[in-house]
Design a protein around this ligand. Structure first.
Ligand SMILES: C[S@@+](CC[C@H](N)C(=O)[O-])C[C@H]1O[C@@H](n2cnc3c(N)ncnc32)[C@H](O)[C@@H]1O
Length: 289
C-alpha cells in the first residue's frame, strides 16, 4: 500500500478542552487490548453484584462513560443481568459510536434492558439524578492525551454517597530503568474519584489559564555509577475494582512511557513532576534549581 500523504493520525478525533476523544475507529481497537478488556469486564461484573446487594430496593443507575462503538466493558455482561434492577446510560462524544452501540443492542436482542444512549461530553454532562455506579474508560498510558481525569472529576461528584466508581484508583509513578535494574523514584499522581473534582477546582483557582496543573511532586535522583545507562519512565497501575487490577505492562493502557525530559538523569538533582490538565493532559518534568 502506498503511504497517503494527506493521512492525519488525528483524523476523526475530537479535540476537547479537557483532552482528546479518540475517533470511533481507534476506539474500536481498544477491544483488542485484551487484558484491559477482561480486567475491566470482570471488575464491572463484581461491582454490579455489589450494587445489587447494597441497593436492594431501588433501580440501579449505571453510567458507562466513553462506551466507544462496541460498549465493550458492559455489553458482554447484559445477557446475564436481571433487567428490572438496572437503568444503563452509555455516553460517548461520537454519534457514530452511539449509533454502533444501538445496532449491537438491537442485534443482540438486549432491548429488554433499560438502555439510554447519549451523545455528549462526559466532562460536562450533568444527570438529574445521582449514580449508583459509574465506569469510565477514556484513557491512554500515564493518563496522557485522553480526558480520564476531567471525566472522573465531573462524574464522580454525581455519585451517591454509597455509589461505586471504576476504576477505583489510578496511580502513575516514576522509575529509572536500566538493563539490569529498576529504581522507584515515587508516586507522582493518584487519581482517586472522590478527590478529583476538588483537585480540579484547586488547580483552576491557582491558574486561570486553559491548562492548569495539579500540585506537583519533587523527586530526587540517587547516585548512579553510569547515569547514561538509565531511562526515566512513567508507570501506570489501574485498580479497577477490588482484586481486579492492571499492573504496569499488563495492558496497552499501562505500558511504561519514556520521559525524555529526565533522560539521562542527573544524579543528586531534583525534579518537579506535575500533571498538566487542558486539551492535551500530560505529565511535565522540570529540573528544580
Ligand atoms: C479509549 S476509547 C475506549 C472505548 C471503550 N470504553 C472500550 O473499552 O472499548 C475512549 C472512548 O471514550 C470516548 N470519549 C473520550 N472522551 C470523551 C468525553 N469527554 N465524553 C464522551 N466520550 C468521550 C471516545 O470517543 C472513545 O470512544
Amino acid at each position: 500500500m502506498r503511504p497517503d500523504r494527506s493521512f492525519s493520525a488525528w483524523s476523526g478525533d475530537t479535540l476537547l478542552p479537557s483532552g482528546v476523544a479518540i475517533n470511533p475507529g481507534a476506539a474500536a481497537h481498544c477491544v483488542q487490548d485484551y487484558q484491559r478488556s477482561v480486567v475491566f469486564i470482570r471488575g464491572l461484573k463484581a461491582a454490579l453484584t455489589v450494587c445489587q446487594q447494597r441497593f436492594p430496593d431501588e433501580p440501579i443507575r449505571v453510567m458507562y462513560a466513553g462506551c466507544g462503538p462496541y460498549g465493550t466493558l458492559l455489553l458482554p455482561l447484559l445477557a446475564n443481568l436481571p433487567a428490572p434492577r438496572f437503568e444503563f446510560y452509555l455516553i460517548d462524544i461520537h454519534q457514530e459510536s452511539i449509533d454502533s452501540v444501538a445496532r449491537l443492542v438491537a442485534g443482540l436482542e438486549l432491548n429488554y434492558h433499560s438502555i439510554h444512549l447519549i451523545c455528549d461530553d462526559a466532562c460536562r454532562y450533568q444527570h438529574p439524578r445521582p449514580w449508583h455506579l459509574i465506569v469510565a474508560e477514556t484513557m491512554q498510558k500515564s493518563l496522557e492525551q485522553e480526558p480520564q481525569f476531567a471525566v472522573t472529576a465531573n462524574l464522580a461528584s454525581q455519585l451517591l454517597p454509597e455509589g461505586l466508581f471504576l476504576p477505583e484508583r489510578i496511580e502513575v509513578s516514576l522509575h529509572l530503568s536500566s538493563a539490569c535494574e529498576k529504581i522507584a523514584l515515587g508516586t507522582v499522581f493518584e487519581l482517586t474519584p472522590r478527590l478529583a473534582a476538588e483537585q480540579a477546582a484547586t488547580a483552576r483557582a491557582a491558574d486561570h489559564g486553559s491548562s492548569p496543573a495539579l500540585p506537583g511532586t519533587i523527586v530526587t535522583i540517587p547516585q548512579l555509577e553510569k547515569p547514561g545507562d538509565y531511562q526515566a519512565v512513567l508507570q501506570t497501575r489501574i485498580d479497577v475494582f477490588g482484586q481486579h487490577r492492571l499492573n504496569s505492562g499488563d495492558a496497552e493502557i499501562t505500558l511504561p512511557l519514556c520521559c525524555e525530559d529526565l533522560t539521562p538523569p542527573t544524579p543528586a538533582s531534583s525534579y518537579a513532576c506535575q500533571y498538566r490538565l487542558g486539551s492535551y493532559p500530560k505529565f511535565e518534568i522540570a529540573s528544580v534549581e
